[in-house]
Design a protein. Structure first.
Length: 169
């Protein structure tokens, strides 16, 4: 009987200790029992880095200016250019234009896609768009492999635009 009373009292004592230790743990330590990390700035931080507060607020403001992300997938862009080339060779310029535009969505400023898009637009008679795309190609690769072709096409398209205006006079 004495042993049973001792077991009951030891159970009560251990449950009280468990409650006390869990309350202390909840108020002082994290659930992973790590100590708290001091996140306050170091001593004399404002004096040593006087403009750091402005830099942080500028970074936060510029981060809020994010308007839209554009997808970046150069492999998909290369595949779109390849398929666009297939359509271009088959003289399906409308489909080629769509593929080259798709390639430029996944890889902006792609020189090959820009040049081939300009050629396709030129073949379909959309000279204004073709001029824009040829100029974009020359901005991307001014001395690229197709820069001479782009300059010739620009000269031809700009010359053809001037002829109707002179005929109207």
């Amino acid at each position: 009987m004495v042993a049973a009373q001792q077991d009951d009292s030891s159970r009560q004592t251990s449950s009280e200790e468990d409650k006390a230790s869990s309350a202390a743990r909840a108020s002082e330590e994290s659930s992973s029992k790590d100590t708290r990390v001091d996140l306050s700035p170091p001593k004399d931080d404002a004096k040593n880095h006087p403009m750091s507060g402005a830099a942080i607020s500028d970074a936060q403001e510029s981060a809020s200016d994010v308007k839209e992300f554009s997808p970046w997938d150069p492999h998909k862009a290369a595949k779109d250019v390849e398929v666009g080339d297939y359509y271009f060779k088959r003289k399906n310029y409308k489909a080629a234009i769509e593929r080259y535009k798709h390639a430029l969505i996944y890889k902006q400023n792609d020189a090959m896609a820009t040049f081939r898009l300009a050629e396709s637009l030129d073949k379909t008679g959309k000279s204004d768009e073709a001029i824009t795309r040829y100029q974009e190609y020359l901005k991307i690769l001014p001395h690229g492999p197709f820069s001479a072709d782009a300059e010739k096409a620009l000269a031809r398209l700009n010359g053809s635009e001037n002829k109707p205006s002179t005929a109207a006079k």
